[in-house]
Design a protein around this ligand. Structure first.
Ligand code: GDP
Length: 439
């Protein structure tokens, strides 16, 4: 995420690294570089100028703190200012009402329908009864798309394919939610072009009629400055409550994430980082600032893990690890849970320093495919006791999985090393050494 910006900011900070102290001269040079990095990332010029002016003033103001290295101090100031720029505190969505109605707006293709499905899954996990309403009267395919997503996440979808009145569909859907005891209703509207006056009037009418607790505007972050302009147009008409930035897994430059709050004065509430239903994060300005500065975002990583991992399964596997009984079936199960957490490259990028290291590597979820194929080609007995896999079994497994004997050997070797490591940790734990080491 935002690799280019990250690179340029790091280069800018280099000017200050190794300098004994902050002076007007070295700060001016660094600030100029930071400003250029921001405008190159498609941050609105005025926004970039204002924030860099503040960064400069703060840096000069705090130069007395000589116990901190200037480079570090400067990065800290930039982190604080970027956090502030993106809204400071994380903002929750309003789910008051019975049912609470959430209206989803945005341009066609921005990722509205995908986000509606994700939000339904997110709220359902919190134990709320959710209903999705397909309120697109123009594209029958959009209704089908929402139905597929609804089925995937286990949330009912209300639709009236023959009704051509968006207001009445939304009203009827909300009635249906009341009757079926649903507490939250998500209304996915038709994707419109901002210039399409008739469609803009329609969504205004829908909003007026259903009086949503929360109106969200979904926007594709890859569209840079346009994203900010569209947000402005929609906000003038709808006065929405929050923004959802999508496609942050692509090579979006970051301008939208950094400018929207200032230009539209509405907070970003969610970010979407992939097509899968799990690829949704609540937006935390401070965590995003850390990610932009290459400091990683371990907190979000842990939260994703908590959502994706099945607790009972984790306990079962943990018990097997402790008894040195971890086998290929357990390995496969773990792999599948990790995949549920979303795009692997994106996940690795949340580890401090990792984003930069892997930015040119080609890692995706398909990288797991050969491993899964190899394990699937093993017999249950082989998965439980890999030590029985001899030359002829290896040959059979390689042929069955469409891989080579070398790949099978590599996996077996890695698996063996992993088991040895677990064994070592178990013995250390038994002797109390592990605790000492952890401390
Ligand atoms: P809508 O027209 O606004 O409802 O947009 P859709 O939800 O149909 O999304 C348009 C396309 O973008 C689809 O192919 C989605 O799979 C894709 N998409 C949506 N959100 C994301 C995201 O966060 N990352 C990526 N890479 N693709 C996304």
């Amino acid at each position: 995420m935002f690799e280019n910006l990250q690179d340029k900011l790091n280069k800018a900070f280099k000017t200050l690294k190794g300098q004994g102290r902050i002076t007007e001269i070295n700060v001016a040079a660094t600030v100029k570089e930071v400003r250029r990095a921001l405008t190159d990332a498609d941050v609105n010029y005025k926004v970039a100028k204002d924030i860099t002016d503040r960064i400069r003033d703060k840096a000069l103001d705090r130069k007395v703190l000589i116990s901190v290295e200037p480079g570090q101090l400067f990065v800290k100031i930039v982190q604080e200012e970027l956090t502030e720029l993106m809204g400071g505190e994380a903002q929750q969505i309003n789910t008051k009402g019975d049912p609470a109605v959430i209206l989803i707006s945005g341009l066609q293709g921005s990722g509205k329908t995908t986000f509606s499905g994700k939000l339904a899954a997110h709220l359902k996990k919190q134990g709320r009864g959710v209903l999705l309403i397909a309120d697109d009267i123009y594209r029958p395919a959009a209704i089908d798309q929402l139905k597929v997503l609804g089925e995937q996440v286990g949330v009912d979808v209300y639709s009236e394919p023959d009704n051509k009145d968006a207001v009445s569909i939304a009203r009827n859907g909300i009635d249906h939610a009341r009757k079926t005891g649903k507490k939250i209703v998500i209304v996915d509207t038709a994707g419109r072009l901002a210039v399409d006056e008739a469609m803009m009037q329609e969504i205004e009418a829908v909003k007026k009629a259903i009086n949503p607790a929360e109106t969200l505007f979904v926007v594709d972050s890859m569209t840079g400055q346009d994203a900010v302009n569209t947000a402005k147009t929609f906000n003038d008409r709808l006065n929405f409550d929050g923004v959802v930035l999508t496609k942050l897994d692509g090579d979006s430059r970051g301008g939208a994430a950094l400018s929207i709050k200032t230009v539209v004065n509405k907070p970003i509430k969610f970010i979407s980082t992939g097509e899968k239903m799990e690829a949704l994060d609540v937006f935390y300005p401070d965590r995003m600032a850390s990610r932009i500065l290459g400091m990683g975002d371990v907190i979000s990583l842990v939260e994703r893990a908590q959502q994706a991992f099945d607790e009972d399964e984790a306990k079962r596997i943990n018990a097997k690890m402790r008894k040195n009984q971890f086998d290929f079936d357990d390995f496969l199960s773990q792999l599948q849970q990790i995949k549920k957490m979303g795009n692997v490259k994106d996940l690795l990028g949340m580890i401090p320093g990792m984003g930069k290291m892997i930015k040119d590597l080609d890692i995706d979820n398909d990288s797991f495919k050969p491993i899964e194929a190899i394990i699937s080609s093993m017999t249950p007995k082989e998965r439980g006791r890999p030590e029985i896999i001899d030359g002829s079994r290896k040959k059979r497994i390689a042929a069955g999985s469409g891989t080579s004997i070398t790949q099978v050997n590599n996996l077996l070797k890695q698996f063996d090393e992993m088991r040895k490591m677990m064994k070592k940790m178990n013995t250390m734990q038994a002797s109390g050494k592990l605790n000492k080491l952890m401390k």
